[in-house]
Design a protein around this ligand. Structure first.
Ligand code: GLY
Length: 511
């Protein structure tokens, strides 16, 4: 069966089971800064698992474009890719385990005519019981089916990003390959990794189109399917074929290579294929002016990079500034201290993840004790400015160092001495009331309904955390904060000035 027929068959099947077919969302998620890319079909539906009403109804199906860079080092083997399409059916309180498993079984065996090798179910662990219900359902469908059990590592999925819906899974294996992951979203995983039961139970499934096509076309390698018409043979050809698909998909969405966040990933993918092109004389199936420019730029740096390497430059610097993958550095005959490289890579990844979240953290660069205190004080200041100056005040920016907070807000004129004094008095009064600081996670719409304050023009994810300080302040925020305003000390405004037209800037300290 051709991959295009499989896509159609999947959507038609779920349509016939009462699902609304929803188009793929973009690869760069809209309004979710906690992740760089869409990595799963469920991502665009995250708010509906948390109680927000779905405009598509309770049951939906999609073919979602995904980019997963976590598997980048496996690409080139028989079953891993950075870009793939995920077939998924989803339910937000519509149906549960029995229907989800029955649909999957029917689709794989009857529609696709495939034989299931075995399935796996969640084995249980402290706090999350063994999934006996799924095992029973599988047995009732096919008593001869082998049912394996596995723990959190294999049979628990989610959340995407730092927090979100997640739950135990049951997985279907065909020809020894995991092809379908059926997730029972029963929990919300908080940032501290604790699990909270969700009010409504949800279904989230993901099946790689490429893997399903591979088993359906009875080939032993993704690259032998019709999705890769050039049928790459070597590992390097496979990497180029995969990365080129990812590059084309990202370019199609208007992304351009850069030195940070998504653009940086695109640059790395481009540089990797360009290196292989040079080294193995491979054709790159990417037609784009942006790619051509990047290619020219890279040709210039490649020479300089190779020279640096030969002169003994740290391979990691070559990786970050020239995009040289470690295996290529090794192929060039340069010795690489793998442990050192891996350690630096880990730190580097942390930094780029933090970059993606930064915008959601209210300008908080560090998490030192003083920065956290100043962050909580910023929320008090924001509300106090509203109290004293009125609703014209909108947050325009925030920046916190261990020494001071800086807060920019819309307001047309200089503040009077009395107004500044009044703001200080209110903040200090709230500090002396020892108000508790609490966090709640909720859909964006709900946060807006309760009047939580937020940045004037920032895009927020569909599901946000809101910090409240007693009954006094509520704000969209990623934290962290102190537990009680009693920890803050004395608040003093050190400076008030114009930042730009119609925007005032306050600097303040805690002492
Ligand atoms: N959301 C299920 C999966 O990605 O496997």
């Amino acid at each position: 069966m051709l991959s295009s027929e499989i896509r159609d068959k999947f959507l038609k099947f779920f349509e016939s089971k009462g699902h609304k077919v929803v188009p793929s969302s973009p690869l760069v998620p809209e309004g979710d800064s906690s992740v760089l890319f869409t990595t799963a079909g469920m991502q665009q539906f995250k708010p509906y698992y948390l109680g927000k009403e779905s405009p598509y109804g309770k049951n939906v199906a999609s073919v979602q474009k995904c980019v997963r860079t976590s598997d980048i080092d496996e690409v080139g083997d028989e079953s891993h890719l950075t870009f793939f399409e995920m077939l998924g059916n989803f339910s937000f309180g519509g149906y549960w385990k029995k229907e989800a498993i029955e649909y999957a079984h029917e689709f794989i065996t009857r529609e696709m005519g495939l034989k299931i090798d075995y399935v796996s179910v969640f084995a249980g662990e402290p706090g999350v019981p063994e999934d006996k219900e799924s095992a029973e359902i599988w047995k009732s469908i096919d008593s001869s089916l082998e049912i394996r059990k596995a723990g959190r590592e294999d049979n628990f999925w989610g959340p995407t990003g730092e927090e979100g819906p997640c739950g135990p899974t049951t997985e279907i294996y065909v020809n020894g390959i995991e092809i379908w992951n059926i997730v029972f979203n029963e929990f919300y995983c908080n940032r501290d990794k604790s699990l909270k039961p969700l009010d409504i139970k949800g279904i989230d499934t993901g099946m790689g189109l490429e893997r399903l096509t591979m088993v359906s076309q009875n080939v032993s390698n993704l690259f032998e399917t019709d999705l890769f018409p050039s049928h790459p043979k070597t590992r390097e050809e496979g990497i180029v074929a995969d990365h080129s698909r990812a590059i084309n998909a990202l370019l199609e969405e208007g992304l351009i290579p850069s030195n940070k966040d998504q653009g940086y990933v695109l640059r790395r993918l481009m540089r990797r294929v360009l290196l292989y092109k040079n080294r193995y004389q491979l054709e790159i199936p990417v037609e784009s002016e942006v790619f051509k420019q990047e290619s020219n730029k890279f040709d210039e740096t490649l020479e300089a990079g190779l020279k640096k390497l030969k002169e003994g430059e740290d391979p990691f610097v070559l990786f970050t500034s020239y995009g040289f993958p470690v295996e290529l550095i090794k192929e060039l005959g340069v010795e690489v201290d793998e442990k050192d490289f891996a350690e630096k890579f880990k730190q580097h990844k942390e930094i780029s993840r933090a970059g993606a979240e930064q915008k959601f953290k209210g300008g908080l660069a560090g998490h030192g004790e003083m920065e956290v205190k100043l962050h909580t004080a910023t929320h008090l200041l924001h509300q106090a400015l509203h109290d004293v100056l009125g609703d014209e005040v909108m947050q325009k920016g925030s920046n916190i160092t261990p020494e001071r907070l800086r807060f920019d807000f819309s307001f047309q004129r200089k503040l009077t001495e009395e107004e500044k004094k009044k703001v200080e008095e209110i903040v200090n009064e709230k500090i002396s009331e020892a108000l508790p600081v609490n966090k709640a996670v909720m859909p964006k719409a709900e946060a807006e309904k309760i009047g939580a304050r937020h940045f004037f023009d920032q895009k927020y994810p569909e599901e946000v955390s809101v910090y409240s300080i007693g009954d006094y302040s509520k704000e969209f925020c990623g934290g962290p904060h102190v537990n009680s305003t009693a920890e803050l000390g004395h608040f003093r405004i050190t400076n008030e000035e114009s930042s730009s037209a119609g925007v005032r800037r306050i600097k303040a300290v805690l002492e």
